[in-house]
Design a protein around this ligand. Structure first.
Ligand SMILES: Cc1ncc(COP(=O)(O)O)c(C=O)c1O
Length: 416
């Protein structure tokens, strides 16, 4: 059976692979060039915000916002549990303290009620995460933030193109950040951007962004090589272990970058961070931005097929808030047998998604190092224990949806 993947650079189409390979032969335009400003301007226009700056990743973008805010030791930054360690880490790098707010069990976005409980006189910043492309309850959360004079950052790492009350997410807060990581809405292996409509804040942000160097040529080359290695591995997957071997060897040789590095699991910095976005990667992200509407329409359509196909099975699904239009970066279900489904599916060549199987993902994060106490966020803990996500990317066909639905239907939640 042809394998179905959820991860592994899911947006890359053949033209992206050829583009990246061609870019590899033109090292003169890897670092600087006009693609950076083009991407920033296109994103600014798309969002209707005056200022956009690009970085090597979403996490560096978040760090840049926090640095521009000049936070002091002891300042508290509120963020939701049921997240990636790439969110609290930049808070630690900036010398502030992450405070974990529980999520709502159904929307998997921040609970406004728990936010109110966790605000203290030291609270300075609120990060609102639009989990898996589902807009958070911006109306309630923004109201609370205003009452407590919190600086609001929207985490749109999963949500480029999603709307809330008809408006793009990323345009509600004081600043927002986006990711162009390999499994995100659009991707260039590693990349990110920050947007703001606040000119005074933009001046500080720009000063910080300009102080960052561009990445080295070796790193840029590896990001460009990544779609080709993954594409080849996927197409050879079923042939005598060739694909699996290629994936393994490229990982060992350091040719495929890790999504989260070992140091980050203990609150440390990844080796690549604190750079601006390189021109060749801006160009790759820009090409995908042109296809954003197509990618997101496809995701929504595939999500509807899951919704219909799985409607008779009584397990939880991530729910959208009224007035919101999610982009379903992944279709997330909540199933008591999530771990068993993930493991069994693999044997059938169906590689489902495991975002977030721990409340601060991935597995192996030191909760002590990042200051997280699981007792403070029971909904996030409960959701993480049962989470499973299904692919919605541009390569997923209705036939594959059917195969996934049939597979999951073999695991009724009550079966023992
Ligand atoms: C919710 C969330 N925010 C932020 C990030 C950071 O984005 P990036 O991987 O581009 O640093 C990630 C992913 O790693 C994420 O899942």
């Amino acid at each position: 059976m042809k394998p179905i993947f959820t991860s592994l650079t899911p947006n890359a189409q053949a033209s992206d692979v050829w583009f990246a390979l061609a870019a590899l032969t033109a090292p003169g335009s890897w670092i600087r060039g006009k693609s950076i400003a083009e991407l920033e301007n296109t994103l600014a226009k798309f969002l209707g915000l005056a200022h956009v700056y690009t970085f090597d990743s979403g996490r560096t973008g978040l760090y840049a916002i926090l640095k521009a805010l000049n936070l002091q030791a002891g300042d508290e930054v509120l963020l939701q549990a049921y997240t990636c360690v790439a969110v609290p880490d930049p808070v630690l790098w900036a010398g502030a303290k992450p405070i974990y707010v529980d999520c709502e069990a159904e929307t998997l976005t921040m609970s406004a009620a728990d936010l109110e409980k966790k605000i203290t006189p030291k609270s300075k910043v609120l990060i609102i995460q639009h989990t898996f492309g589902f807009p958070a309850d911006l109306e309630k959360l923004m109201k609370i933030a205003k009452e407590h004079k919190l600086f609001v950052i929207e985490d749109c790492a999963h949500a480029l193109g999603a709307t809330y009350q008809g408006k793009q997410v990323g345009t509600f807060g004081d600043a927002s950040f986006f990711s162009f990581g390999r499994d995100k809405v659009i991707s260039c292996t590693f990349g990110g951007a920050v947007a703001t409509g606040n000119t005074e804040f933009a001046t500080k942000l720009e000063r910080f962004a300009n102080s960052l160097p561009y990445p080295g040529v070796g790193w840029i080359a590896r990001q460009l090589l990544h779609p080709a290695i993954i594409g080849l591995s996927k197409s050879l997957f079923n042939i005598l272990w060739l694909g699996k071997m290629l994936l393994y060897l490229s990982k060992v040789a350091g040719l495929t970058p890790l999504a989260v590095y070992a140091a980050e699991k203990k609150g440390g910095r990844p080796p690549f961070a604190f750079h601006r976005l390189a021109n060749a990667l801006a160009s790759a992200a820009g090409r995908q931005l042109e296809r954003l509407k197509k990618f997101n329409q496809h995701r929504v359509q595939i999500a509807q097929s899951y919704e219909v196909g799985l409607r008779k099975i009584p397990f939880g699904r991530q729910r959208a808030l009224p007035g919101s239009a999610p982009i379903y970066l992944r279709y997330t279900i909540r199933h008591p047998k999530a771990a068993e489904i993930l493991a069994t599916a693999k044997k059938k060549n169906i590689f489902l998604g495991d975002w977030y199987t721990t409340a601060v993902a991935p597995t192996g994060v030191s909760y002590q190092a990042i200051g997280y106490d699981p007792k403070t966020c029971p909904n996030a803990e409960g959701a993480a224990a049962q989470s499973l996500n299904l692919p919605t990317d541009i390569h997923i066909t209705e036939k594959e949806v059917e195969r996934i639905i049939n597979f999951i239907s073999g695991f009724p939640p009550s079966r023992e």
